[in-house]
Design a protein around this ligand. Structure first.
Ligand code: 5MM
Length: 350
């Protein structure tokens, strides 16, 4: 294991106030998003959409790394350039989703276990040769009347830790993503309790599997009320609850926490990230960044809708969201940026 290379990659993913673009939707997820907008659910449409995202002018000014899906890392731009190379040419780091999805957990009705450990060592070696330098595995934890169970949290934490150890052995930085879902009517307090237990369990398992914390990225949910909860909390309360939870559970050796957006409105995700950086950055051991999928892509997808004539506007929308979140990393995001477009602030970045 080349520890220095892993630490360098993890640091590079957080450098320049940039964040990670998650565009690793599996085919069923990507197709269902296309279906809602009347976009053909084809290999070519998925390729064209991923090309649109990756060729967005100046995306590398705000985005450090890109999480690809297996199909995408094997595809090419229209001119034949492999999409992994397009990522590198744009000064971004290619990453790859390596889990095989969340499946029903036997014996635990309503709960999921993420699969994909069998044969993972071989797949990681191939992804490294294809240019990937980091990977992602997502565990899904649902809040309900009597869930999550201890059994579900432990099984997922152990799988995350075994995946992370295999990644580091293969020279890939693992993004460890234990997602407590926003589905449901639970309160922010309940989300905080569950997230705290999940993160404690994940870090205990990471330690048991000898994962080097300096060479990983944590991708957690924010601590926030369920989408169907009638009491939604103000931005500052979400920031404060999320910080309390992470400070209690995440070791200082972890270099970067890159949040998922989880179904929040794009502007809410930016506002929450901004409030955390504005209020707490100077007191924290880790960088607070983003690894959003929907909160970066959704506006671009809605503008594109499969039309070549819309590519330029869709790319502008993606760049705008990336720049808003880059500003949020500095605590410099304001709601007015949603109306006016934003400067990248590159000249002020560290
Ligand atoms: C939680 O999902 C991840 C972050 O996305 P959001 O910012 O939209 O919450 C995302 O990377 C996710 O893991 C991928 O979209 C893959 O999802 P599927 O369900 O297709 O494996």
């Amino acid at each position: 294991m080349n520890s220095q290379a892993l630490m360098d990659t993890a640091k590079a993913l957080a450098a320049g106030g940039k964040g990670i673009l998650a565009m690793d939707e599996s085919n069923p997820t990507c197709n269902s998003r296309f279906r809602k907008l009347g976009i053909p659910e084809t290999v070519e449409a998925r390729r064209a959409y991923r090309e649109l995202l990756l060729t967005t002018p100046c995306l590398g000014d705000c985005i450090s790394g890109v999480i690809l899906f297996d199909e995408t890392i094997r595809q090419t731009r229209k001119d034949g350039t492999p999409l992994g190379e397009v990522v590198i040419d744009a000064a971004m780091i290619p990453g790859i989703k390596v889990d095989l999805g969340a499946k029903d957990l036997a014996g635990y009705p309503g709960e999921k276990i993420t699969e994909g450990l069998d044969g993972l060592r071989g797949r990681l070696a191939e992804y490294f040769l294809l240019g990937a330098r980091f990977a992602k595995w997502r565990a899904v934890i649902k809040i309900g009347e009597s869930i999550p169970s201890r059994g579900c949290i432990e099984a997922n934490a152990q799988a995350l830790a075994r995946y992370a150890a295999l990644c580091q052995e293969a020279g890939l930085v693992p993004i460890v993503e234990p997602e407590v879902l926003m589905d449901g009517d639970h309160t922010m307090g309940r989300c905080g309790e569950v997230t705290e237990v999940a993160l404690r369990t994940v870090f205990a398992e990471l330690s048991a599997q000898r994962v080097m914390l300096e060479g990983m990225v944590l991708k957690p949910n924010m601590v926030i009320a369920g989408l169907a909860c009638s009491a939604q909390n103000p931005v500052e309360e979400v920031a404060s609850a999320t910080m309390q939870c992470l400070r209690r559970t995440v070791p200082a050796a972890v270099p970067v926490i890159a949040f998922l957006s989880g179904g929040q409105l794009a502007s809410d995700a930016s506002a929450h990230l901004n409030a955390m950086n504005e209020g707490y950055k100077s007191q924290l051991p880790w960088a607070l960044s983003f690894s959003f999928a929907r909160a970066l892509q959704q506006s671009a997808l809605e503008i594109w809708r499969g039309y070549d004539t819309q590519v330029f506007l869709a790319q502008q929308a993606l760049h705008h969201r990336a720049a808003c979140n880059q500003a949020a990393r500095r605590g410099a995001y304001t709601p007015e940026m949603e109306m006016m477009g934003v400067r990248t602030g590159k000249e002020e970045d560290q």
